[in-house]
Design a protein around this ligand. Structure first.
Ligand SMILES: *Cc1c(COP(=O)(O)O)cnc(C)c1O
Length: 312
């Protein structure tokens, strides 16, 4: 079976499993798991930040970031396609008691002008615009990505208006292998960053929240309150260290394969159109009489699994 429904279906390589087996572990709730500590230090250094926090999922790292950056009755500004809005169960309201101020961007990407226009004036009857979240790459935007030149003006608006800027960088490395930009440069423009180890990087579990010492100290408390304090998590962190050491550059192979797949699909008579393939996500429409259901069944019989995208 060739499973292309997501880059989360990756399984650990033998090298990664070996690293997990050999991990030195302790109790991370006490801060005493050396492998977790090593992973957190590695991620912080990579992005030129002071500290990092290992969490079970990217949903949790995003939700913790929102919680630490905001107070109830604030709002977060983001594109309408954002994962934090679309796919985190409305957790921003549940966990943080805040609202969302949605921008209609282009393929999930927003501009500094749009952000500036969305920031609310301060009145007793309005939520306070406190946080901007950018997603890079943008999942529902078809794997679109920002360059730092596009992000810096947004950072400037945030700085001038006193808003925090968070990166949902679940697939940040898929963007960086295309732009050639450095993780340190990314660290310079965001107050906090979430990255996923469990997608194309092939780790079984895990995400990291990265930021200042003060921010991560508070994030650590929120993680515990959310039930995300893990004990001998070093077995998982070892997979994460292995992923960062060995798998990052290989994401270029994923992006290139996705591009090739897009080219081949665009030549098929049953394909109506293929959206521009920008990183590792391929989206295409079928011509009648094919439907998503009939095509998925056709592929499944041939040992290939893909998924239907709903909505725009
Ligand atoms: C996958 C993903 C996340 C986090 O997902 P989890 O499954 O909770 O780890 C966050 N943002 C984006 C854009 C994602 O694609």
């Amino acid at each position: 079976m060739i499973n292309l429904i997501s880059d989360t279906v990756t399984k650990p390589t033998p090298g990664m499993l070996q690293a997990m087996l050999q991990a030195e572990v302790g109790d991370d709730v006490f801060g005493q798991d050396p492998t977790v500590n090593a992973l957190e230090a590695k991620a912080a250094t990579m992005f030129g930040k002071e500290a990092a926090l290992f969490c079970p999922s990217g949903t949790m790292t995003n939700q913790i970031a929102i919680k630490v950056h905001t107070q109830p009755l604030d709002e977060v500004i983001c594109d309408e396609y954002s994962h934090i809005y679309q796919y985190e169960v409305g957790g921003y309201a549940f966990n943080s008691g805040i609202g969302v101020n949605l921008i209609k961007g282009t393929n999930g990407k927003i501009t500094a002008e749009q952000v500036a226009a969305a920031i609310k004036p301060v009145y007793d009857w309005l939520p306070i615009s406190k946080l901007v979240v950018l997603e890079n790459t943008c999942n529902k935007g078809g794997g679109s990505f920002y360059t730092l030149d596009e992000i810096r003006p947004i950072q400037q608006v945030c700085q001038e208006r006193g808003l925090a800027l968070h990166l949902d960088g679940a697939r940040i490395f898929n963007a960086l292998v295309e732009t050639g930009e450095s993780t340190r440069a990314v660290g310079e423009v965001f107050d906090s960053i979430s990255i996923c180890l469990s997608k194309g990087l092939g780790a079984p579990v895990g995400s990291l929240l990265i930021g200042s010492k003060v921010f991560i100290r508070q994030a650590r408390r929120v993680r515990k309150a959310m039930g995300g304090g893990m004990r001998q998590a070093g077995f998982l962190a070892a997979a994460g260290i292995y992923a960062l050491d060995h798998q990052v550059s290989r994401l270029k192979e994923d992006n290139d394969r996705a591009k090739r797949l897009g080219e081949v699909l665009s030549r098929q008579p049953y394909v109506d159109n293929v959206r521009p393939v920008q990183s590792n996500i391929v989206i295409f429409d079928l011509k009648a009489p094919w439907t998503a259901e009939s095509y998925l069944a056709h592929l499944a019989e041939r040992g290939i699994r893909i998924t239907q995208r709903r909505g725009r």
